[in-house]
Design a protein around this ligand. Sequence first.
Ligand SMILES: NC(=O)c1ccc[n+]([C@@H]2O[C@H](COP(=O)([O-])OP(=O)(O)OC[C@H]3O[C@@H](n4cnc5c(N)ncnc54)[C@H](O)[C@@H]3O)[C@@H](O)[C@H]2O)c1
Length: 250
Amino acid sequence: MDLALTGRVAFITGAASGLGLCTARHMAAEGARLVLADVNEKGLADFAAELGEQGTEAETVRLDVSCYDECQAGVAHALERFGQLDILVNSAGVGGSLSFFAEAEPEDWEQTIAVNLIGVMNCCRAVTDHMIDRRYGKIVSLASEAGYGNEKRMVVYGTTKGGVISLTRGLAIELGRHQINVNAVCPGVTHTPMTHYVDEELERKSERFYPLGRLGQPEDIAPMITFLCSDKASWITGQAIRISGGFGRA
Ligand SMILES: NC(=O)c1ccc[n+]([C@@H]2O[C@H](COP(=O)([O-])OP(=O)(O)OC[C@H]3O[C@@H](n4cnc5c(N)ncnc54)[C@H](O)[C@@H]3O)[C@@H](O)[C@H]2O)c1
């Protein structure tokens, strides 16, 4: 399917690694121009160089999504460079501590909430004026299976992802009249640097919760994000789409 992203400009946070990086590759293959945003400046530079060699126009922006001023400055920079912004993918995120909530302290949840929830709000707000003016926009955020049904030791992380799902639904309702689509994807455990702790034994144990018998790969997630950012998905909004091999129903 030709997703017709040629000429579109996509702002992707968390683009230096994992799902953000894989999504950027898919969007580049569909012809989009990219703004790659992350705290990892070196990762961004290496990736942008690789994309440049393949002929993709990619700008990098070092920013911390938990800082609203930096998000605003990043979006302003993108607009200066490309003159428009069509797509926002919120992939920047942290796994947070795996402690039991009853044993946790504020420092165990403050950063996770600041990045995973407030960071998504910051970036959404930073693009909305421009998208409303243009009466065009696609926003896709990375939530998680954990945002649907929380799990032990993931109470804080799951809470942030539940917040992203709720934010997605609310924004879709507010922004629909401006022709802005807002969706989320909810991956199950997927092999990326964030889940480096998943060794063979843990993978074998987890597989029984996944009817398709395996954990995810970035390639399982990025095509859906790219599709949701295209006009082929024009009538889809306010959805939190689970991509998790049927998790929980084995
Ligand atoms: N991998 C999984 O199993 C999984 C499952 C469900 C949801 N998710 C979500 O998908 C998203 C991407 O995760 P991933 O697996 O690709 O992880 P990852 O660690 O590979 O990539 C996350 C990226 O976000 C960047 N980042 C972290 N904090 C930042 C900040 N404050 N500002 C800007 N950038 C920041 C990191 O530098 C990194 O490049 C996250 O929101 C994560 O919660 C991942």
